[in-house]
Design a protein around this ligand. Structure first.
Ligand SMILES: Nc1ncnc2c1ncn2[C@@H]1O[C@H](COP(=O)(O)OP(=O)(O)OP(=O)(O)O)[C@@H](O)[C@H]1O
Length: 525
């Protein structure tokens, strides 16, 4: 993420901003330059000429004001357009590669804000200052080359020395972002368990954890500001040398009859302008560079991976698990028996708690790395295939519902599937639930208000899988909160369909178990 992206957002607008900045600084330079002939006109008692020069100065002052304000507005428009694009790209990235919500919030909020204030806003003023320095040094030529040479030498030092400190400030900025992300993660983790903390009266633990992380964030902000101030102090030394030096040299040249009286004053103005701008350019340059790590990180996040080519899940004829074992980072190794599930089979996966049933479904979906063995998907010709696991129907224990109507939650916003919903309602014993809802299927669910009970939510998610006619379903305790009668009806429907079914369930009745073709038992160690 950088200047190139800014330009690419809208080339015409970017060049308009650059043109307006140049116009602003050219008129400012000319405005200041006029002070010299004005002073000469006064010393030569040419009053009419003096008034004419003042009038010209007035007009240029107005042009400078207007062009600067227009440039500023256009620059904001350009930056906001760019950020709109960046937000969309980052959201797309997290859609492809889901990760912690707090990290995404940090990138979309804090990091973008930081890049706006410390990069794009700064770039605008950096360009203003840089153009001003170039134009002013050029104008000093009209007085005497020695003034230019002196300004250039000092400008060189003002730029070169603080550049050496760049690494130091870059690191400090990155530290602020890391601490901020850690702080947000900590808040998310601890506030997710707020109910439990209240239940066990753990207020002080929460306070201590948040306090500690907040203190680290505060320290990193302080260190970053300190690093910036040191850089500014170094740049300021050259600033003072320049401001004082140029009028002194102009004075010497005047006494040697090499410049006019007006030139001493105007060169003084220019010296102030140049060194103020060089100082400000250097500080801004460091500020710009300090965002590099962060900008690179956001650029990386915006890279949308090329869509991989997968085989259709309709082709899956068998799923085989061979010599499989999984090892969580801080857990025991889970070993699985070998088995094959053929297309259309209805398999019940059972075993005591913690034997690895949910883990197995995640492995089959490619969400967890294997420690050993393999999971083999084959087509009807017994050839290896690579299906798109995202397309497999999967009902995890944590159900995902959206703030939308029940109908939209079933069809996942695809109105073409509305025709299939009535059948799914009947098959999933949802008729009586629907009757109880004021607006039936059009009732809006607000996830955080738990409008639907646990069992009703399971039915909605089962209906979702059914209307989408998924050929393979992995269900993780998908009927655990539904009453026995309803669950039996649902299981009967599920086991009579033609899809391949692998379902984890505890406490099924004999009648319910008998609906499946067979069972796979996990024994644990
Ligand atoms: N993300 C994880 N990190 C570390 N260990 C994990 C993780 N998820 C599961 N485990 C461990 O792996 C083992 C198997 O867990 P899993 O949830 O697959 O069992 P399960 O048979 O589905 O249990 P249950 O019937 O209680 O849902 C457990 O010991 C669990 O603590």
């Amino acid at each position: 993420m950088g200047l190139k992206d800014y330009l690419k957002t809208n080339y015409q607008r970017a060049f308009l901003v650059l043109f307006l900045i140049t116009l602003t600084q050219a008129t400012t330079t000319f405005y200041t330059y006029l002070t010299s002939p004005e002073l000469n006109a006064i010393s030569q008692r040419k009053f009419a000429l003096f008034i004419e020069l003042i009038a010209v100065q007035f007009v240029f002052g107005q042009i400078c004001n207007s062009s600067f304000n227009i440039a500023n507005v256009q620059n904001t428009k350009q930056t906001q357009n760019l950020f709109h694009q960046v937000r969309q790209n980052i959201a797309k990235h997290y859609y492809q590669k889901p990760d912690k919500v707090a990290d995404m919030e940090n990138h979309l909020g804090n990091d973008l804000q930081m890049i706006q204030t410390n990069y794009y806003d700064v770039y605008f003023y950096f360009a203003c200052d840089l153009i001003y320095v170039i134009l002013t040094i050029g104008t000093l030529f009209t007085f005497h080359w020695i003034l230019v040479a002196y300004s250039l030498v000092l400008s060189f030092f003002a730029i070169a020395v603080p550049k050496l400190l760049e690494k130091y400030t870059n690191k400090a900025t990155k530290r602020v972002s890391t601490k901020n992300a850690q702080f947000l993660n900590l808040i998310e983790n601890w506030f997710n368990g707020l109910e439990e903390l209240r239940r066990y009266k753990n207020k002080s633990v929460l306070k201590k954890k948040i306090g500690k992380s907040s203190h680290l964030l505060e320290q990193s902000e302080y260190q970053r500001d300190k690093a910036m101030i040191y850089v500014e102090m170094v740049a300021a030394i050259f600033d003072v040398m320049g401001r004082v030096g140029v009028p002194v040299i102009a004075g010497i040249l005047f006494f040697n009859h090499q410049v006019s009286l007006g030139a001493i004053l105007t060169a003084g103005y220019f010296a102030n302008g140049i060194f103020y701008s060089v100082n400000s350019c250097v500080t801004k340059y460091i500020q710009l560079k300090s965002t590099k790590t962060l900008r690179d990180q956001l650029a990386e996040l915006q890279k949308v991976e090329a869509e991989k080519k997968y085989d259709s899940i309709d082709e899956i004829a068998s799923i085989e698990v061979k010599d499989l074992s999984v090892q969580y980072e801080h857990g025991e190794k889970i070993a699985y028996p070998n088995f094959v599930i053929n297309r259309g089979e209805k398999v019940l996966l059972v075993g005591d708690s913690g034997t690895g049933k949910s883990t197995l479904l995640k492995v089959l979906l490619g969400q967890i790395k294997l420690s050993s063995g393999e999971v083999i998907y084959k087509n009807k010709n017994d050839e290896l295939i690579h299906p798109d696991f995202n397309q497999i129907g999967y009902l995890a224990q944590d159900l995902t519902m959206f703030d939308a109507s029940i109908l939209e939650n079933i069809t996942m916003f695809n109105s073409k599937l509305n025709d299939r919903v009535n059948y799914a309602i009947e098959a999933n014993a949802f008729i009586r639930d629907e009757e109880k809802l004021k607006e039936g299927l059009d009732t809006e669910i607000e996830v955080k208000h738990n409008l639907l009970s646990g069992g009703q939510q399971q039915k909605v998610v089962l209906m979702r899988a059914m209307v989408h006619e998924k050929p393979i379903l992995y269900l993780d305790e998908a009927t655990s909160a539904i009453d026995q009668k309803g669950a039996t009806k649902i299981l009967r429907n599920l086991t009579q369909g033609k899809e391949t079914l692998l379902m984890i369930a505890h406490n099924l009745s004999e009648e319910q178990r008998a609906l499946f073709d067979r069972e796979i038992h996990l024994e644990g160690k």
